[in-house]
Design a protein around this ligand. Structure first.
Ligand code: DC
Length: 233
């Protein structure tokens, strides 16, 4: 059983995906962390963000490993666990430059499909999971929320993690990313078959309960999955 959750930045898809996967006892895959890890590598190596060829070469050389299970999704870059490092503001700003490169998307999409095949059952979240990566997913969700609500959630998450950031910075960052989402690279597409959930007024508990209702309404059965942990090359 493949369940996809897509939506704009801060719509709550990561938390929803993690909790849904835990309730179903299947693996959870955070695909944004894979793009973020490629961006972190470029920053560490001092590759200019407008050097597309440099970014692509670095992505091809990168060893991205994803350790995913029902209660965790960790990302390793060249052997180091960078799950926390990829959440910084610097990486936030750089990831768009990576995610717009089709050659990098192709690499990561291929890897995500391999993980799907390996595991059989998976809750995966991103912006293209239901539209591009798993068009034949058993169940697709599309989450949305007002930009102010999304900024408030991100602010809470990041300050809880000790990041020094203001609400306004996050709001502006999200507005900018929404702008990117609206056009050019990998547009955020809502598959016709996706269930649309506006989470502005919903608690995370309510979101997950609605998702679980859909799973049981469709009588989908999860094959309890092992964790994944294979390298990308
Ligand atoms: O969901 P997130 O904030 O971790 O995503 C980080 C960046 O990666 C953001 O710019 C969107 C991009 N991304 C993408 O292009 N495709 C995905 N499947 C997941 C994330």
């Amino acid at each position: 059983m493949i369940i996809t959750i897509d939506g704009p930045a801060g719509s709550g898809k990561s938390t929803a995906a993690r909790k849904l996967a835990a309730r179903l006892g299947i693996a959870y895959l955070d695909t944004g962390a894979m793009y973020r890890a490629i961006a972190l590598r470029a920053l560490k190596l001092g590759i200019r963000l407008n050097d597309a060829a440099g970014l692509i070469a670095s992505a091809r050389d990168a060893r991205i490993e994803v350790m995913c299970g029902p209660t965790h999704s960790r990302v390793l870059l060249d052997g180091n666990d960078v799950t926390e490092d990829v959440r910084s503001m610097a990486v936030n700003g750089a990831t768009g430059f990576v995610a717009r490169e089709q050659a990098i998307r192709d690499l990561l999409v291929q890897r995500q499909r391999e993980i799907g095949r390996e595991l059989g059952s998976l809750v995966t979240e991103g912006r293209d999971q239901g539209s591009v990566v798993f068009p034949h997913a058993d169940l697709k969700f599309f989450l949305d929320a007002s930009v102010e609500r999304r900024a408030a959630r991100r602010y809470q998450e990041m300050t809880a993690d000790g990041e020094s950031v203001t609400y306004e910075e996050i709001l502006n960052n999200l507005k900018e990313r929404d702008g990117n989402d609206a056009h050019q690279w990998a547009p955020l597409l809502e598959p016709a078959s996706a269930i649309h959930l506006d989470t502005t007024q919903l608690t995370i508990h309510e979101v997950v309960e609605r998702m679980l209702e859909e799973v049981s309404r469709r009588r989908l059965t999860a094959h309890a999955t092992e964790s994944c942990g294979a390298a990308s090359r």
